[in-house]
Design a protein around this ligand. Structure first.
Ligand code: MG
Length: 291
């Protein structure tokens, strides 16, 4: 199944919907005790998911008249995540182009929840704080149950679903400050979505294709098979020191092609449109404003 937080134009509260083909089934219209958002659904476990599958099957069976997703607004595909953990330098090409080390310990940092935004949103930043805002297409992993000391062979059993993340980064701050959380956590710097796809629909998370398109130019084009540490490796490794709670979003790093490392350099500018896509999940667009 595919889930999104959607709003009817003019409304402010996002509502959890199942996306079926191009249409949205709002769960608060068909369930007596609907989950308030994806986090709530994840916390209901397998039973909660089975209940949703039942209402979807019923709606399809009666050919219910559903709104088109294209006529709705997206909020972040994850809301209220337990935490957002990001992995840096997880593709050799990206690590070397930014002169980061990938061969020793994992690079791990937090993204602050204020940075989450949805497909089609506009992200803005002040020109007097950064002039080097860059894109990073990443596979997002959403955890389904508490993971602690998980073996790499079982690690994918703990995954609830997958999404697309753009780990937008102020490079000038990244290279002038010791920690990476702030330079990647401006308001709107972590678009996710447009949907979360449940894990059963992704046969192999190491066999997905990522692309980044800025104003019609393809600037990143790579496979998740190129990760230094696989999704299972990352989960197993993180779970050795900390319990990873359900609903945690893990952004797994970006491949080569970052704008900072191009010659000439490419940065997101006022009026730019950036779309990061992952085959089998979807395309996530962000509009850029410099203020
Ligand atoms: Mg990144």
């Amino acid at each position: 199944m595919r889930f999104a937080h959607l709003r009817v134009e003019g409304q402010t509260t996002p509502r959890l919907a199942v996306v079926v083909n191009d249409e949205a089934l709002f769960l608060d219209e068909v369930m007596s005790t609907p989950p308030r958002d994806l986090q709530d659904l994840i916390e209901r476990g397998q039973e909660g998911l089975a209940e949703v599958q039942e209402v979807v099957d019923t709606a399809l069976a009666i050919d219910a008249d559903l709104p088109l997703v294209a006529d709705l607004r997206h909020s972040s595909a994850v809301l209220r995540p337990a935490q957002v953990i990001a992995i840096g330098a997880n593709y050799a090409a990206h690590a070397s182009e930014l002169k980061l080390r990938s061969e020793t310990a994992m690079t791990i940092f937090s993204l602050w929840p204020n940075s989450l935004s949805g497909h089609g949103a506009t992200t803005s930043w002040p020109e007097d704080l950064t002039t080097q805002v860059d894109y990073e297409a990443e596979l997002g992993v959403i955890m389904g149950r508490p993971a602690r000391n998980v073996h790499v062979r079982e690690a994918l059993d703990y995954v609830w679903g997958y999404t697309v993340v753009n780990d937008i980064t102020a490079r000038d701050l990244q290279f002038s400050e010791a920690q990476w959380s702030r330079c990647k956590s401006f308001d709107g710097f972590t678009p996710t979505g447009p949907v979360v796809v449940t894990a059963d629909e992704i046969a192999d998370p190491q066999d997905l294709w990522l692309t980044t398109n800025v104003d019609g130019r393809i600037l990143q084009d790579a496979s998740t098979s190129e990760m230094v540490r696989s999704v299972a490796d990352i989960i197993a490794n993180l779970s050795r020191s900390a319990t990873i709670p359900p609903g945690t979003l893990i952004s797994t790093g970006s491949p080569g092609g970052a704008g900072y490392s191009r010659n000439p350099q490419v940065f997101l500018h006022d009026g730019a449109t950036v779309t990061v896509s992952i085959g089998g999940i979807g395309s996530l667009t962000t509009h850029c404003r410099v203020v």
